[in-house]
Design a protein around this ligand. Structure first.
Ligand SMILES: CC(C)(COP(=O)(O)OP(=O)(O)OC[C@H]1O[C@@H](n2cnc3c(N)ncnc32)[C@H](O)[C@@H]1OP(=O)(O)O)[C@@H](O)C(=O)NCCC(=O)NCCS
Length: 158
């Protein structure tokens, strides 16, 4: 299938210091709990065990972000967080970010990417399942700071 022009225009790059304001603003606008703070983003930018990704398009420098964690000695990477700007949703930004997270994990020789998602987050679940993520284990009760439950998903990376 030929990608739509909007999808084709989405690029993903590593986050830089100059993205901090956008990262924090999107985090605050998107999540009510379990937020990544400015200081944490700042540390993740330089960390070997994290990769902060930013989606952009021709005229838009910042459309969304994903945060991936790696652990020394582990072949499993974790997609900790993903969000696109509300006005940019449904245009392939999330897909491009997950693709880039998988590429970063492969680059680190990880064999799988895992993630948690709120059991009531239908949009995110559609995104992950559409990209080949499989639910693993049972529901993680009270996983989030606000007490909500999570599904865990995993994709084996070829
Ligand atoms: C989940 C999220 C990152 C998806 O980003 P996005 O930029 O909309 O993703 P895409 O445009 O690539 O959409 C991918 C798929 O997700 C699903 N999806 C995305 N938005 C949707 C919507 N509004 N309604 C229904 N399905 C939706 C669809 O299956 C879509 O595939 P399709 O376009 O082929 O039907 C975005 O909705 C978001 O930021 N949500 C708030 C934060 C969040 O919940 N993050 C995940 C938990 S950490």
């Amino acid at each position: 299938m030929t990608p739509s022009p909007a999808t084709a225009a989405v690029r993903v790059r590593r986050a830089e210091l100059s993205d901090l304001d956008d990262l924090v603003a999107l985090e605050q606008a998107t999540f009510d709990s379990d937020r990544v703070s400015r200081a944490q983003f700042r540390r993740h930018l330089d960390s070997d065990s994290a990769r902060v990704l930013v989606a952009s398009a021709n005229r838009r420098r910042f459309l969304g972000t994903a945060l991936v964690f790696f652990r020394k000695g582990s072949r499993v990477a974790r997609l900790y967080s993903i969000a696109s700007l509300p006005e940019a949703r449904g245009k392939g930004v999330g897909t491009a970010l997950v693709d880039a997270a998988e590429a970063a994990a492969r680059q680190r020789r990880c064999q799988a990417l895992r993630l948690e998602v709120r059991t009531d987050n239908a949009n995110a679940i559609r995104l992950y399942e559409g990209l080949g993520y499989r639910r693993i284990g049972s529901v993680a009760k009270g996983f989030y700071e606000d007490g909500s439950d999570a599904f865990r998903y995993e994709k084996t990376l070829a």
